[in-house]
Design a binder for this molecule. Structure first.
Ligand SMILES: Cc1cc2nc3c(=O)[nH]c(=O)nc-3n(C[C@H](O)[C@H](O)[C@H](O)COP(=O)(O)OP(=O)(O)OC[C@H]3O[C@@H](n4cnc5c(N)ncnc54)[C@H](O)[C@@H]3O)c2cc1C
Length: 383
């Protein structure tokens, strides 16, 4: 596709920024991505359920999709009495790292700028300017706010909208296939496995290995365990890392405070089904993320668009956050082509469907969370 005389400034170089950046390039736009982190983003990549929109976005951007994930063919629901309920269900499971690195390799280095922290956006006539902490400024025809749940772009445009703690956290972990004892590994391989109990559940699936390998024996078990914690009395301790630093929403792998990590391990031994006890025990560097709720009433602001988690953070039970970021980008480039690259008209056309998609996922996530009775009490088995 020939280049056209239009430039997009993308704030945030994670998945939503890369979906938008690669797809805008596919329709001839010049794109620069500005990412706050000075390093490659790969520190906590866990599992992601691969959804159709992600595959479509990759195909349209010209990125190979044949080696993206691991297939699971069924679900196992472990029972308290040791029994197993089975349900056939085919799904492809991938990793955040593989999605990020596939797009990052495809996006030219000279247009991906690390260590650039946005402080302000300044619309002016038919242009919009991004201003960074180092004093530099970049001007384009379109600015994409892909800067995640704590979005600076959103804080400026919708200052009263911020993520709310949903009442529970997700403990997470990754275990190399080679590091799990064979009896547990047999249960967890090639399937989605759940264990539900009052006010909580834990799930597992196999994802590609750290080196993106899909070869059996070189992949990883990925688990997520939802547990309720009170926002005032318990959460601050959980979100304080091993160096005593209080983090906003998550503690990365290897940085949980030792006492908190030990409590999590003891609690796992008390309440989980036996295979999950083994899986948690085999996890070298568990991590924790608070579960958030965020929804906005507006995503288009003349020449500025909010995409991905900057606009809506659905709960992880929808398994849709990444696919939503892909859908936002697909629909954005379709609207730009439809509207002959007239940005305000395209964003206006784009917004309605994307708002209803975000709203739908946000509400669905809340109702799935509520039906699991999260936030209605500490997740302990009482009977
Ligand atoms: C390192 C990392 C690992 C993740 N791992 C997983 C995972 O394993 N499983 C999963 O389901 N989800 C994961 N996520 C979240 C997942 O990417 C999102 O839920 C979803 O895909 C939408 O992504 P997003 O790009 O909208 O938001 P995010 O992924 O949160 O990305 C926002 C980006 O914007 C950057 N940013 C923020 N403020 C500024 C600013 N002022 N200036 C410039 N840049 C800024 C951030 O550094 C970040 O890279 C991860 C996110 C990150 C950043």
């Amino acid at each position: 596709m020939n280049s056209i005389d239009k430039r997009a400034i993308v704030i945030g170089g994670s998945l939503a920024g890369l979906f938008s950046g690669t797809l805008l390039r596919s329709i001839g736009w010049q794109v620069d991505i500005y990412e706050r982190s000075a390093r490659e983003l790969d520190s906590r990549g866990g599992g992601v359920v691969l959804q159709a929109d992600v595959v479509v976005a990759f195909q349209r951007a010209g990125i190979a999709t044949d080696k993206l994930g691991v297939d699971a063919t069924e679900r196992y629901y472990l029972q308290k009495d040791g029994g197993i309920e089975q349900m056939p269900m085919r799904q492809t499971l991938t990793s955040w790292n593989i999605l990020y690195r596939s797009m990052r390799r495809h996006f030219p280095d000279e247009h991906y700028h690390q260590g650039k922290v946005l402080v302000q956006v300044q619309p002016e006539g038919d242009k919009v300017t991004a201003i960074f902490t180092d004093g530099s400024r970049e001007t384009g025809d379109l600015l994409i706010g892909a800067d995640g749940p704590t979005s600076t772009v959103r804080q400026q445009l919708l200052p009263t909208y911020a993520p709310q703690y949903a009442g529970y956290v997700g403990y997470r972990g990754l275990v190399d296939e080679a590091d799990l004892e064979p009896e547990a590994a047999k249960i967890f391989t090639e399937r989605f496995v759940f264990y539900d109990f009052p006010n909580s559940h834990i799930l597992e699936y196999v994802i590609p290995g750290e080196n993106e390998s899909l070869v059996p024996g070189e992949r990883r078990f990925n688990w997520v365990w939802y547990v309720n914690y009170d926002e005032e009395t318990e959460l601050p301790r959980l979100l304080t890392d091993e160096n005593g630093k209080r983090r906003d929403y998550s503690i990365p792998p290897g940085m949980m405070a030792p006492a908190v990590e030990q409590e999590m391990r003891d609690y796992a031994n008390l309440v989980l089904a036996a295979p999950f006890k083994t899986l948690v025990a085999a996890t070298k560097e568990p991590f924790v993320q608070s579960i958030l709720d965020l929804g906005v009433p507006q995503m288009a602001f003349d020449r500025i668009a909010l995409v991905g988690d900057a606009a809506f953070v659905p709960r992880p039970h929808t398994a849709a956050s990444t696919a939503k970021a892909a859908a936002n980008a697909i629909s954005l480039v379709e609207a730009l082509v439809d509207r002959r690259h007239n940005v305000p008209k395209a964003l206006q056309e784009w917004e309605a469907d994307q708002l209803s998609l975000g709203m739908h996922l946000w509400q669905r996530g809340r109702s799935l969370g509520d039906s699991s009775q999260f936030t209605h009490g500490k997740g302990r088995i009482e009977g």
